[in-house]
Design a protein around this ligand. Structure first.
Ligand code: NAD
Ligand code: IPM
Ligand code: MN
Length: 363
């Protein structure tokens, strides 16, 4: 049989709790469809700092490189927050994305009808919201030169934001292609009224736009976009933007869906066609405030498995089954605390995972 290798990186905080539920989903998919997954667990993030002295051990990277896909929980926590840059969990996260060439981060935000009440926004504003943030993931201010120095007025810090035209072009082409397969609308988000990197971004987008005449393109300044996302979320289809803007806007988009615990992501390289290598992780972090209590919503990680099935394994039927199971369980009124209106009836992480697994069925 065709054995698929998945590197599993649970990480810190709620990472192991949500990844455990995603692994139940993998197992159920094996039973239902006869797939065969070989999972290999690897140390990463804070736990890897504690046990191996580095957030991204060589062997973890090797396990990821030899796998067909990577499933990741989350990293970070107060224990490592005052560490030097090399000994920070987040540095490992940037390192793994860079080392695997994953420059394209797809973050779909879909509002389930029955969760409109879970959001802090008005239900009628959320109606029909189904957007995809395409976030550039290996460039910009995250990866530019950083330094500390003594200036005239005391200590100074510098973060450099650099983008080259190749980096901009490849992410924009992917975003146009994704838009072509959706509602054919692309919003390119930048700060071209101030930033030179944004001016290059906008010029590049405009130069390649004629190659995608069927896609309606709009340029939106990032501050305005942050506002429009709350004012008219359903009018967005695909949003393409640079690394840090995408980080911020996707957490904002999460609140349209009711919770950051709902948002899945796929990090891809040169191709997003079925069969491509990818790293799949929830958009949220390690949530130290709720870690170890069984309170975390596992849906973001479970929906990341659906993205893995679709984009890496071409298991579209199983991906549909996962998404349908999530929708069914939510429709029946089951909630974790983050999306519950009545918190006293909230389910635990594993109860939610078990219900979704039980609801998975062949079409
Ligand atoms: P966070 O996403 O971890 O948490 C923000 C808030 O959302 C918290 O109140 C948390 O309880 C809640 N939340 C997050 N995920 C949830 C879930 N699945 N179910 C229910 N509630 C959930 O962001 P933060 O608090 O800013 O960061 C905490 C740590 O995580 C930091 O160390 C940060 O660097 C790290 N982080 C890691 C990743 C990643 O690994 N990809 C992403 C973001 C943040
Ligand atoms: C994310 C996270 C990371 C990022 C941090 C933890 C480095 O916020 O995946 O969204 O900013 O990319
Ligand atoms: Mn983030």
């Amino acid at each position: 049989t065709d054995v698929k290798k998945i590197a599993v990186i649970a990480g810190d905080g709620i990472g192991p709790e949500v990844v455990a539920e995603a692994e139940k989903v993998l197992k159920k998919a094996e039973e239902l469809y006869g797939y065969s997954f070989e999972t290999e667990h690897a140390l990463f993030g804070g736990i890897a700092i504690d046990e191996k002295g580095t957030p991204l051990p060589e062997e973890t990277l090797a396990i990821c490189k030899s796998a067909d896909a990577v499933l990741l929980g989350a990293v970070g926590g107060p224990k490592w927050d005052n560490n030097s840059k090399e000994l920070r969990p987040e540095t490992g996260l940037l390192g793994i994305r860079k080392a695997l060439g994953l420059f394209s981060n797809l973050r779909p935000a879909v509002v389930f009808d029955c969760l409109k009440e879970a959001s802090t926004l008005k239900p009628e504003v959320l109606e029909g919201t189904d957007l995809m943030v395409v976030r550039e993931l290996t460039g910009g201010i995250y990866f530019g030169e950083k330094l500390r120095r003594q200036g005239e007025h005391g200590e100074e810090a510098v973060d450099t934001c650099v983008y080259n035209v190749t980096e901009i072009e490849r992410i924009t082409r992917q975003a146009f292609e994704i838009a072509q397969k959706r509602r054919k609308k692309l919003a390119s988000v930048d700060k071209a009224n101030v930033l030179e990197t944004s001016r290059l971004w906008r010029e590049t987008v405009n130069r390649i736009a004629p190659d995608y005449p069927d896609v309606e393109l709009e340029h939106v300044l990032v501050d305005n976009c942050a506002m429009q996302l709350l004012r008219r979320p359903s009018s967005f289809d695909v949003i393409v933007t640079e690394n840090m803007f995408g980080d911020i806007l996707s957490d904002e988009a999460a609140m349209l869906t009711g919770s950051i615990g709902m948002l899945a992501s796929a990090s891809m390289g040169d191709s997003t066609d079925a069969g491509s290598f990818g790293l799949y992780e929830p958009v949220h972090g390690s949530a130290p405030d709720i870690a170890g209590q069984g309170l975390a919503n596992p849906i973001a990680t479970i929906l990341s498995v659906a993205l893995m099935f679709r984009l890496t394994f071409n298991y579209a039927e199983a991906a549909d089954a996962i998404e349908a199971a999530v929708a069914k369980v939510l429709d029946e009124g089951h909630r974790t605390a983050d999306i519950a209106v009545d918190k006293s009836k909230a389910l635990s992480t594993s109860q939610m995972g078990d219900l979704i697994v039980a609801a998975m069925q062949k079409a």
